[in-house]
Design a protein around this ligand. Structure first.
Ligand code: HEC
Length: 174
């Protein structure tokens, strides 16, 4: 009697255990979906909104306010090996250029400038940038930016417009 009565209870215990295992497996699968959703995302590089771009471009004097941003981006490819432009971007061979408009030349604290640029007494705006980019060596003798310059005035206009738009906005939260 006791043997007979215990037999079904063992079977039901086994069934319960099996059910528990299946439920755990099912729970595991359910857990997997939200875990994938909340996986850490790569930090976003802040970029200006369309409205900010238009306002920043309009704030430039002529002819830079008519700069072609796509051509400016292409022309800036020649600067990328030495310069980052995002907020808080690293210094490379050259200093990070975020916020360059309206800032004093040679003023990024953590960058080791040449004596010429560190002691230069002017502020970057469209016009000074234009002269600098046309021929850095003649504009400021003794600086250490080994770049031949952008001989094409349209490329300079466009890269200045591009720089203004990309480095002149305030990232959200600031
Ligand atoms: C081969 C590397 C190199 C390239 C290419 C280059 N630069 Fe530079 N740039 C430098 C270095 C190095 C300095 C710092 C010069 C110094 O201290 O004398 C500098 C300085 C500057 C500064 C002054 C920043 C400040 O804080 O005062 C500006 C603006 C600038 N570069 C813009 C550009 C632009 C725009 C281009 C592309 C058209 C460009 N550079 C291409 C290396 C480079």
């Amino acid at each position: 009697m006791s043997r007979l009565s215990s037999f079904p209870s063992i079977r039901s215990m086994a069934a319960a255990a099996l059910a528990a295992v299946l439920m755990l497996a099912a729970c595991g699968q359910n857990d997997a979906a939200p875990a994938a959703d909340s996986a850490p995302q790569a930090p976003k590089t802040p970029t200006p909104t369309e409205a900010e771009k238009i306002a920043l471009l309009a704030a430039l004097p002529a002819p830079y306010n008519e700069g072609d941003l796509d051509n400016g981006r292409r022309a800036f490819a020649r600067c990328r090996s030495c310069h980052t432009i995002t907020p808080g971007g690293p210094n490379m061979t050259g200093p990070n250029l975020y916020g360059v408009f309206g800032s004093k030349a040679g003023a990024k604290e953590k960058y080791s400038y040449s004596h010429a640029l560190r002691t230069a007494d002017f502020t970057w705006d469209a016009e000074t940038l234009d002269h600098w980019l046309q021929n850095p060596r003649t504009f400021l003798p003794g600086n250490k930016m080994s770049f031949a310059g952008l001989p094409d005035a349209t490329d300079r206009r466009d890269v200045i417009a591009f720089l203004k738009v990309e480095t002149g906005f305030k990232p959200q939260g600031e």
